[in-house]
Design a protein around this ligand. Sequence first.
Ligand SMILES: C[S@@+](CC[C@H](N)C(=O)[O-])C[C@H]1O[C@@H](n2cnc3c(N)ncnc32)[C@H](O)[C@@H]1O
Length: 297
Amino acid sequence: MQIYDSRLCGHSRQVILICRRGETFITDFISAIPAITIRTTHNDPELDQKLAWFLQQPGCVWQTTPSGHESLRPVLNITRRGVFLYEGEDNLHFHPNMALLRLMNILKGESDRYLQATGLKPGDSLLDLTLGLGGDALVGAWAVGARGRVIGVELSPVISALVKDGLQVLAAATLPQAGNPAKKEAWEALARAAGRIEVIWADHYTYLCRQPSDSVDVIFFDPMFRSTREKSASIKPLHSWSDHRSLRREVIQEARRVARRSLVLKERKGSSEFSRLGFRIMPGGRYSQVDYGLISV
Ligand SMILES: C[S@@+](CC[C@H](N)C(=O)[O-])C[C@H]1O[C@@H](n2cnc3c(N)ncnc32)[C@H](O)[C@@H]1O
């Protein structure tokens, strides 16, 4: 059995501990810091290959570590059905279902507030600086089309690795042959969109500082809600692994420099973040819990 541990930079979840298939365990030397065990669930070369891929993802420095004590740490299960990060009852995984539903509605001719706010069109470039599970980026990647470009930046190494893997799988997926034609069309569009998203593990401020001025059309922010009221069953696992700090003013300042056209912020309805950061709230969404704010540059 090989066991590794890893220190993840820039995030409260600082350590990943990793082993090959089967056993959980791990050392006590970092017991104060939540750790993850990674394992494959079957003896399968493809899963082993995926494990090796996860080992190479940025944000982690792997070291072999001596076998330690049994532990019930969170576990990243690499299975034949996908990759799942379990923590107690919660389970975080990449799932494009919400984006699929949105796309089906868009293809039916319904409006989408994110698309209205971003004004994305074919050939545009989009920088999503709070990628999360990539739902908005997928809709954006559909809108910019084959000539467009989408970069998603995510601070959490484990989320960025999960989403990068999920997008790759989606882009290469064998899509359902039969069934609802509208759903099939949306699946195909989503798969093509997935292949257009480049995932980058980084802090968005650091990333922005390295970008040339006027280099992307639209920059999008969807920071995690700080309030625990928003922790629905679907949000809770992401909440647990993501960074919740509010956006810093210097991030907006740099984003203004890098964007050619606009900055868009998605926030809770009534949030003071819009005025604090200088965004004008877009009309609409009377019954929605969120609003979109715009800065035209
Ligand atoms: C609410 S989620 C975004 C959800 C996303 N729009 C979607 O459709 O799945 C916010 C994400 O931004 C990430 N984040 C927070 N601060 C960040 C930073 N400084 N740099 C990059 N990502 C950050 C969080 O870790 C979290 O995953």
